[in-house]
Write a protein that binds this ligand. Structure first.
Ligand SMILES: Cc1cc2nc3c(=O)[nH]c(=O)nc-3n(C[C@H](O)[C@H](O)[C@H](O)COP(=O)(O)OP(=O)(O)OC[C@H]3O[C@@H](n4cnc5c(N)ncnc54)[C@H](O)[C@@H]3O)c2cc1C
Length: 447
């Protein structure tokens, strides 16, 4: 029996159910990656470099046992069946992906080759955490309770099949990855986080301290599996349990997208589909480029452009600012994040954007609106995060770093800041924007 494993978001050999099943049930396995031009073109240059880095690392891992990653280019529905026919492959294994795009793509491949699907992306696959009535959860807390009770199914060890050594067209050239890529690098990050995880509860909301795991990019590409993370960290301290709870959020949003695929483009709660958003290209551009005049928002948006990453708390602040201060459609923000984030994940991105907009699952009431200044004061208390990303404000002291418009002319001059010139005036007044948003949401809900 000759099998192929189609790698997609599971770029690892350990804890990989598709790899394990194929190498245990066949004599020879061809490890395949398909460069899908549609996805490749959409990705930012950094994300391409990150992907290429993971693929190179996977290829190196395979080389340790004499194999190579077989890379082909093309639309998978055509390219994979063609490859299977050409190489005499009997069956193609893969781990399921749950986005609407992936489902259509995978169904097209499955209609043309013999295939076996597995679950390797999440701790518990979508549709396995169910209410007593057998339905899906719409609220996180009870989902998490059930999720935590469910036994984790371990992945069997890898089998002994021979691995093909044909590299195909080879890993695409995309420049050096922005972070160390591959399975060993992910394990290093996990082991380093293991030393800090016990402070997670107290410090996870502090963007200035950088105390989270930074594993989201690995989880996006599957250079590590979530079950391996739980295995290593456990849940025996508050910090560990709090961290593993975050992995449940990832499963929750994947489950939600699986059951509500239309939520990619529409408010999950239909009553919110009639909100009238502002057409504000200038506001959108100021937000994207980090020129809103609100330092914490600008710091986050500049970090996104510079590093393809942003701290979770800051993601919430900037998302709230776009939707609730500028009244701009959350979908425009979601698309911008999806393009730039190294960890861009449709389920988590859409789920979180809808959470912030108040249109999604387990929504905070829409009238709970983040105040960018109090958020900044609370979570970046010394302004260190702002100083890192908005250097023109570096010399402002005390509270002024969070709200430079309140600084006096002498203080601004001493810090070398000219509002409206070296740094923008706030593009909206938060209090007035808040009132406008509350009225607009109410109006939308009344329609
Ligand atoms: C508007 C918005 C958009 C987001 N878009 C994405 C996205 O595209 N991809 C993505 O992976 N995360 C997204 N998140 C969730 C979260 O911000 C990131 O997962 C986290 O910042 C990644 O950093 P970390 O790995 O150091 O997190 P840690 O705090 O170390 O968390 C560990 C892991 O738990 C998961 N996790 C943590 N928080 C969340 C959450 N709120 N929702 C879902 N999973 C979570 C992630 O897999 C993360 O890697 C978004 C959050 C917001 C508010």
């Amino acid at each position: 029996m000759k099998a192929a494993v189609w790698f997609r978001r599971d770029l690892r050999l350990g804890d990989n159910p598709a790899w394990s099943a194929a190498t245990r049930s066949s004599e020879e396995v061809v490890p395949v990656f398909v460069v899908d031009p549609l996805l490749w073109k959409q990705a930012s240059s950094w994300r391409r470099a990150m992907l290429a880095g993971h693929l190179t690392a996977l290829d190196d891992n395979l080389a340790e046992s004499g194999g190579r990653l077989h890379v082909i280019e093309g639309e998978p529905g055509t390219a994979l069946p063609e490859l299977a026919g050409r190489l005499g492959i009997d069956v193609v294994h893969w781990n399921s992906d749950y986005t609407p795009y992936a489902r259509v793509r995978d169904a097209a491949v499955a209609s043309r080759v013999d295939s076996k699907t597995h679950h390797g992306q999440l701790v518990h696959p979508p549709g396995t955490i169910l209410t007593n009535a057998g339905g899906r959860y719409r609220v996180f807390t009870p989902f998490h309770r059930r999720w935590a009770e469910q036994e984790i199914v371990p992945t069997p060890q890898t089998g002994t099949a021979g691995v093909s050594s044909d590299p195909g067209v080879g890993v695409p050239e995309a420049g050096p990855p922005p972070l160390p890529a591959g399975e060993a690098a992910a394990l290093d990050r996990l082991e380093s986080f293991d030393q800090r995880v016990d402070e997670y509860v107290q410090e996870r909301d502090r963007p200035d301290l950088d105390t989270t795991s930074r594993l989201s990019v690995d989880l996006k590409w599957g250079s590590i599996g979530p079950r391996t993370i739980i295995d290593l960290l456990g849940t025996h301290t508050d910090g560990r349990a709090a961290f593993v709870r975050q992995l449940a959020w990832r499963d929750f949003y994947a489950d939600l997208l699986d059951s509500e695929p239309d939520s990619v483009d529409a408010a999950l709660r239909p009553e919110y589909r009639t909100i009238e958003w502002e057409e504000d290209p200038q506001g959108l551009e100021a937000w994207k480029t980090g020129r809103t005049g609100y330092p914490i928002v600008d710091a986050g948006m500049r970090q996104l452009l510079a590093e393809g990453w942003m701290h979770n708390r800051v993601r919430m602040i900037v998302a709230s600012f776009l939707v609730k201060d500028l009244l701009i459609d959350w979908r425009l923000g979601e698309r911008h994040f999806r393009h730039h984030l190294l960890d861009a994940d449709v389920a988590s991105n859409v789920g979180n954007w809808q959470w912030v907009a108040g249109t999604g699952a387990d929504a905070a009431p829409y009238f709970r609106i983040f105040n960018p200044v109090s958020q900044s004061t609370k979570f970046d208390p010394h302004g260190d995060y702002i100083r890192r990303w908005v250097p023109e404000l570096r010399e402002l002291r005390g509270k002024q770093i969070h709200e430079p418009w309140l600084a006096g002319p002498l203080e601004l001059a001493a810090a070398g800041v000219v509002l409206g010139d070296t740094y923008p005036d706030p593009i909206v007044d938060h209090a007035a924007a808040r009132e406008r948003t509350l009225a607009r949401y109410k109006e939308g809900l009344g329609r």
